[in-house]
Design a protein around this ligand. Structure first.
Ligand SMILES: Cc1ncc(COP(=O)(O)O)c(C=O)c1O
Length: 375
């Protein structure tokens, strides 16, 4: 099923839904967009102004491959304050988004036929990052991930990749689960990109439980900066030089004015990011109540990120077929669960990166469509 051949890297079906939605809009149809995993908020003004100033000040050249020192320091300060840690900025590597971070990290840690444990369903792109190194993803059912994971560890397992809050389920691993996973032998790589977008108790970093864990994170979601392309890794000291060499070779450095804007984000925009989180929290409640009211079953307790994954297999097993029908007939764009692995099939993902009014409207339209077609 998984292959390192370029032509076998899976297309992202949600992008096909988006393209179709845009075509329909061009033809005059109204579409409610609940498909994309990207904040609908503008990037906070203070960040935008900081980048503008940085450009005016002439910050338009390469930087150190590890990133601007002040940004690396701001990231380690942020982690130390948020999670009560004591991490040196020497362990922080700034990248052009979380995605390139994954690419060079897996290039460093994986060899042909190595295995990486991921949950099923999982973030759509994980298998591609893994297979392009010649390694293999090993899928563990999401439902009992932390209790079943040991059954899947072999002498080839190099990494356990976790993502909490999760794309696509919006659920979180409990503190004890992260602690338990951190005690296992393979390296934990923790994708913490949705940290801070959650309800109730704070998210826990894998670094709270083991200094050998690797964190990948970025500015895309929490600060609504998807298009800026800014991410980072926090790695054990012994990886830094090797990752620096990979970064030098493949990307040289992240954009200087974007890095400067990242410093401003961490120093000045956290209150605004927290306000966005409050709005996601209200929307989450609305979306979950709405889905429940039309009898659509979500994963238990989505309380993070901005997603709900709901089961539609009673109506249609092929999630792409159903997403396409809901789009053309009801005018609501959703992500097909098939994007997220075999256990995502039979589900649709709703992203509540849209106004309360549109979330309500979208869910009503889905309910009406399902009732008319299937009930
Ligand atoms: C779980 C997860 N990790 C990583 C990424 C990629 O983030 P970035 O914009 O930093 O490349 C995404 C984007 O949707 C994601 O959902």
């Amino acid at each position: 099923m998984f292959s390192s051949k370029i032509e076998e890297i899976q297309p992202f079906l949600v992008m096909d839904i988006l393209r179709k939605a845009n075509d329909l809009e061009r033809d005059g149809k109204k579409i409610v967009h609940l498909e994309l995993g990207e904040p609908d908020f503008p990037t906070p003004k203070v960040i935008v102004e900081s980048a503008k100033k940085a450009l005016k000040d002439g910050n338009t050249h390469y930087t150190n491959s590890l990133g601007i020192l002040e940004l690396r320091k701001s990231i380690s300060d942020y982690y130390n304050e948020t999670y009560n840690l004591n991490i040196s900025s020497n362990r922080v590597i700034v990248t052009n988004g979380t995605s390139p971070a994954m690419l060079i990290l897996f290039k460093l840690l994986l060899e042909i036929d190595d295995e990486v444990i991921i949950s099923d369903p999982h973030y759509a792109c994980y298998p591609s990052f893994i297979t392009c190194t010649g390694a293999k993803p090993v899928l563990v059912p999401f439902k009992n991930f932390s209790s079943e994971v040991t059954n899947y560890i072999t002498d080839k397992t190099k990494i356990i990749l976790i993502n909490s809050p999760s794309n696509p389920t919006g659920t979180r691993l409990r503190k004890e689960e992260i602690e338990k996973l951190s005690a296992l032998h393979p390296v934990i790589v923790s994708d913490e990109i949705y940290h801070g977008i959650s309800t109730g108790i704070r998210d826990h970093s894998a670094l709270e439980f083991s200094d050998n864990s690797v964190v990948i994170n970025g500015f895309s979601k929490f600060f609504a900066m998807t298009g800026w392309r800014l991410g980072y890794m926090i790695v054990p000291e012994c990886f830094v030089r090797k990752l620096e060499i990979l970064q030098q070779n493949f990307f040289i450095s992240a954009n200087p004015f974007v890095q400067i804007a990242g410093i401003t984000a961490l120093k000045e925009a956290i209150p605004e990011a927290k306000l966005m989180n409050q709005i996601y929290t209200k929307r989450r409640k609305l979306a979950l109540e709405g889905l429940e009211s039309i009898n659509l079953e979500t994963r238990p307790h989505p309380d993070g990120a901005f997603y709900a994954l709901f089961n539609v297999s009673n109506f249609e097993k092929d999630s792409m077929k159903l997403a396409s029908e809901i789009l053309t007939s009801a005018g609501v764009a959703l992500a097909p669960g098939k994007d997220f692995g075999p256990r995502g099939e039979g589900h649709l993902r709703l992203s509540y990166c849209n106004s309360e009014e549109n979330i309500e409207k979208g869910i009503n339209l889905i309910g009406k469509f399902l009732k008319e077609k299937y009930l």
